[in-house]
Design a protein around this ligand. Structure first.
Ligand SMILES: [Zn+2]
Length: 282
């Protein structure tokens, strides 16, 4: 993919050439309003103009890009792990004790950590709604995993159905949140293919989860004669969800790759700017 978009934002400066927007420093988040683009951040010394170059990810803080990139790498690993493990058959094996009871909880806690990293607030920007959603979803995920381990340890067979449902709900929440963050980030790169692939896999994933939800609902309501009305949507949902998890893992991997490349370019750019503005004293 191409990385462009280093143009300064024309709205950022007033008539006298000073910053009129609440632009935050690239590195430390200090508000640069009132400074000239040729000045330096009073807090950390990074040239002001580096923080003025628009929304493209290559102009974002490299430290922040690194944090979010790690979140997407974790999301990628978790999605692959779940696509391997969480099939109806695997769920059944788990319920019957054929898989270690900590395996799915461990993946989900790891994923919660990844989503938390992926929603790290950008320096100087307000805490976004995705961060608030992450606090709720990640918090609930950790609580459910503790309960799941407790249930496994106490061997309360009669609540396994509920636990598997809650685990599924946590996985859907984490997946959807990470896709929403991926969609936001993909708007800030120049390659429209990324935006399309995020949309396509989100829709496929929602269809899969919808089918699973239908199966669960029918199973709960018509428990006496569930057979086909449960088996068909659950099977369709399992296959579609499996595909969507693999597709999403690919999306997370692409986004992480973009973030890593942008972070490298932004760091090199910053170093070059600092070296240029700081000629070694003779
Ligand atoms: Zn600064």
């Amino acid at each position: 993919m191409s990385i462009q978009g280093c143009k300064p934002d024309p709205q950022a400066l007033d008539a006298s050439g000073h910053l009129q927007l609440d632009t935050a420093c690239h590195r430390c988040g200090y508000l640069l309003r009132g400074l000239a683009p040729t000045a330096r951040c009073p807090e950390c010394g990074v040239p002001v103009y580096l923080s003025l170059r628009g929304e493209h990810l290559v102009n974002a803080s490299p430290e922040w890009l690194g944090q979010v990139g790690v979140g997407f790498r974790i999301g990628q690993s978790a999605a692959i792990g779940l696509s391997v493990l969480v099939f109806p058959g695997a769920c059944l094996a788990l319920a019957m004790g054929h898989l270690p009871a900590w395996l799915v909880p461990a993946i989900l806690v790891l994923w919660a950590f990844g989503v938390w990293r992926a929603t790290t607030p950008e320096p100087g920007r307000p805490v976004g709604r995705h961060r608030v959603m992450a606090a709720i979803v990640c918090g609930c995920t950790v609580i459910v995993q503790v309960v799941a381990l407790l249930v496994a340890w106490r061997d309360w067979q009669n609540v396994w159905g509920l636990i598997i449902f809650l685990e599924w709900a946590c996985a859907v929440g984490l997946w959807l949140l990470q896709m929403l963050v991926a969609r936001n980030l993909s708007r800030r790169i120049t390659d429209p293919r990324e935006i399309i692939s995020v949309k396509v896999w989100t829709v496929i994933g929602l269809v899969g989860h919808g089918a699973v939800a239908t199966g669960l609902l029918v199973g709960a309501v018509a428990a006496r004669e569930p057979e086909l009305a449960v088996i068909v949507p659950m099977s369709v949902g399992a296959v579609t969800t499996w595909l969507a998890l693999l597709g999403s893992a690919n999306v997370f991997s692409n986004i992480a790759g973009v973030l890593e490349r942008c972070a490298m370019i932004a760091l090199a750019d910053r170093k070059e700017a600092i070296d240029r503005d700081d000629p070694p004293n003779a």
